[in-house]
Design a protein around this ligand. Structure first.
Ligand code: PLP
Length: 414
């Protein structure tokens, strides 16, 4: 009989969202007149900006005309979009990049989970805890992890990020080869400033390792000392691959467009001791395994960089940031310990009185009808924390915080 990839059997069942859905259903059945407010969502809710819609419509019409029709596009992406990315996201920040150092793709999730194909399985990886689960699961599927014990896999170096260290990742004691960094962070909302990120870049240079830098939430940065790109740090081109996405920036979660940057300076070694450019390997990877992002989508992404497009996107981001402020201020007024929400759409709440994440989930749902995400769903270090998202509507956000404050204030009076 044909054999399977046994590594898939090492994956833990992801009960997080299924369990949340089940609990939501049960609550609705028991309390049909109580409304539920979901502040757990990691998806945008505002529609894509008008400029993007207009541009995609025009591109669709072009595809229906023989003189403009386009078939397979370049796997690496159309030059018109790459040019806009280089100008707006890099040149304007004094970062020089060449066109062939950018690869357009259909989502950071795909890029992050596939990039490991170009690295040897012998590499030791290091991951922050709590973490966006794709980093770990893609390595499990690829056979880089050992046994699973008490919420952790052998052969992964976990970097605990807890309130005691301000959720800042600390350089691991053990030698590692590949480091995943996510800043601004999902789920903690922490963002590394230039000084903090420089420590990682210097470490990677000194120790010959690679940083996989996930900047999916870069558009939410408010503070001026937080870098929007790892290449703002000197030397980073020699050690870092950067992942950026239009998903949260421009509401593209349903349209799908992202990009990855692999500078030519970034090199690793073959078993024969030869230095090889990772850019070359990824280009080869994409040419074989990827057909490129649709022309219509890339025209939509291009519109993100127009004057009007930028204005519309800015308005949407401000809307979510205002929601984040409402959540943060509301919880702080209750005396709660709250993190994130300044450079990130996520608020990371330290649950009071040592209550566990799932118990807090139940308490909040049953007493306020508000849903969030139990922190333990992002890793063992997330236990005791709770993620709330600013991606809901303003009305829902205001109402949710009103209910939470009413409940916790009344609890104190008892
Ligand atoms: N990176 C992080 C930290 C995320 O939270 C997400 C999505 O939620 C992604 C990457 C993936 O984004 P995309 O929609 O581009 O696949």
């Amino acid at each position: 009989m044909t054999k399977i990839n046994e590594n898939f059997l090492k994956l833990q069942d992801n009960y997080l969202f299924a369990t949340i859905k089940k609990k939501e259903r049960e609550f609705k059945e028991k309390n049909p007149s109580n409304s539920i407010i979901n502040l757990g969502i990691g998806d945008v809710t505002l529609p894509i900006p008008g400029e993007v819609v207009f541009s995609m419509k025009r591109a669709s019409e072009e595809m229906g005309k023989v003189e403009y029709f386009r078939g397979y596009g370049p796997e690496q992406g159309y030059e018109f979009l790459i040019d806009k990315i280089i100008k707006n996201d890099y040149s304007d920040r004094n970062i020089d990049l060449r066109k062939d150092e950018i690869f357009i793709s259909d989502g950071s999730k795909c890029d992050i989970s596939q990039i490991i194909n170009i690295f040897s399985r012998d590499n030791k990886i290091s991951i922050m805890d709590p973490v966006y689960p794709v980093y770990i699961d893609s390595n499990i599927m690829d056979g880089r992890t050992g046994k699973y014990l008490e919420g952790k896999y052998d052969n992964i170096v976990y970097i605990p990020c807890v309130s005691d260290n301000g959720f800042m990742p600390k350089i691991p004691q053990e030698k590692v080869d590949i480091i995943y960094l996510c800043s601004p962070n999902n789920p903690t909302g922490m963002a590394l400033n230039k000084k903090e990120l420089k420590i990682w870049v210097d470490y990677a240079i000194e120790n010959n390792c690679i940083i996989l830098f996930d900047a999916a939430y870069e558009a939410f940065i408010s503070q001026s000392d937080i870098p929007h790109s790892i290449y703002e740090i000197e030397g980073a081109k020699k050690v870092a691959i950067e992942f950026k996405s239009f998903s949260k920036t421009a509401g593209f979660t349903g349209i799908r467009c992202s990009y990855i940057v692999i500078p030519h300076e970034l090199k690793c070694i073959s078993s024969l001791g030869k230095e090889i450019e990772l850019n070359y390997l990824w280009k080869r990877h994409q040419a074989t395994k990827f057909n490129g992002v649709s022309y219509i989508t890339q025209r939509g992404a291009e519109a993100v960089y127009t004057k009007l497009g930028k204005k519309q996107i800015d308005r949407n981001i401000k809307y979510y940031k205002n929601n984040a402020k409402i959540i943060k201020n509301g919880l702080e007024k209750l005396g709660m310990e709250v993190y994130g929400g300044i450079n990130s759409p996520y608020i990371w709440l330290k649950i009071p009185n040592g209550v566990k994440s799932w118990d807090f989930f139940d308490e909040l749902l049953n007493n306020t009808g508000v849903i969030g995400i139990p922190g333990v769903g992002f890793g063992t270090c997330g236990e005791g924390y709770f993620r709330l998202s600013s991606f809901g509507t303003k009305e829902d956000t205001v109402e949710a915080i009103k209910r939470i404050r009413k409940y916790f204030n009344s609890k104190r009076e008892i």
